[in-house]
Design a protein around this ligand. Structure first.
Ligand code: G3P
Length: 214
């Protein structure tokens, strides 16, 4: 499974990139709004740090405008994936932009039919938001299971990005199901590494090492 970082914060991206496990980055308008750097500079800076796909969201709502915006965004760097919300207008734009070789990440996916249609339109990625489904007591991970099975039955090259991740168990379950990618917020990413028994073990080994005759 690939790991993307769900943030637009350069410090977080630089940090996780230095761990050697980062495959890409996803941003959205809410994440970008937390940063101070002008949007075009920010996107270019992110795309320089990470070689993998960098998702950047279109905010237009009509297909011709989404297409225009998507083309502009994609010019920023070769690794930009244009993020398009799943709507009928979005589908039209996905078809055109994907046909031009632009990577499209279809976002705000909350049902298997949305994922299936995005894949048929040629999207490189679909992003089901599992945390937001869990928030309204629906089964977010069940949706991932369904989409992964559908893409196995009807083999599309589209990759499933598990998005709106809230805690480490989401990552474990996504990996067990065989999702292609998890996009993870920085705070959750840190939790994936830490374990109190590891900390205790290091502490004990260092203490005992102090007693070793050298
Ligand atoms: O990748 C999608 C993500 O940014 C949405 O997460 O926590 O706002 O539901 P959240």
């Amino acid at each position: 499974m690939k790991f993307f970082l769900d943030t637009a914060n350069l410090n977080e991206i630089r940090d996780v990139a230095s761990w050697g496990i980062l495959d890409g980055v996803t941003t959205n308008p809410s994440l970008v709004a937390k940063e101070t750097m002008p949007f075009p500079d920010l996107i270019k800076a992110i795309a320089e740090i990470v070689a993998g796909p960098i998702s950047v969201e279109c905010i237009s709502e009509k297909a011709p405008e989404i297409i225009r915006e998507g083309r502009e965004l994609a010019k920023a760097a070769p690794n930009i994936a244009v993020k398009i919300p799943i709507t009928i207008e979005g589908l039209k734009a996905i078809k055109v932009l994907s046909g031009e070789g632009i990577m499209v990440n279809t976002t705000l996916i909350f049902s298997s039919t949305q994922a299936l249609l995005a894949a048929k339109a040629g999207a490189k990625f679909v992003s089901p938001f599992i945390g937001r489904l869990d928030d309204i007591s629906q089964d977010g991970m069940g949706l991932i299971e369904e989409i992964v099975s559908i893409f196995e039955n009807d083999p599309y090259p589209t990759e499933v990005i598990v998005a709106s991740v809230r805690h480490p168990r989401h990552i474990v379950d996504a990996a067990l199901i065989g999702a292609d990618i998890c996009t993870v917020p920085y705070a959750v990413m840190e939790k994936l590494v830490r374990h109190p028994l590891t900390d205790l073990g290091i502490e004990r080994f260092l203490k005992d090492w102090g007693k070793v005759k050298k």
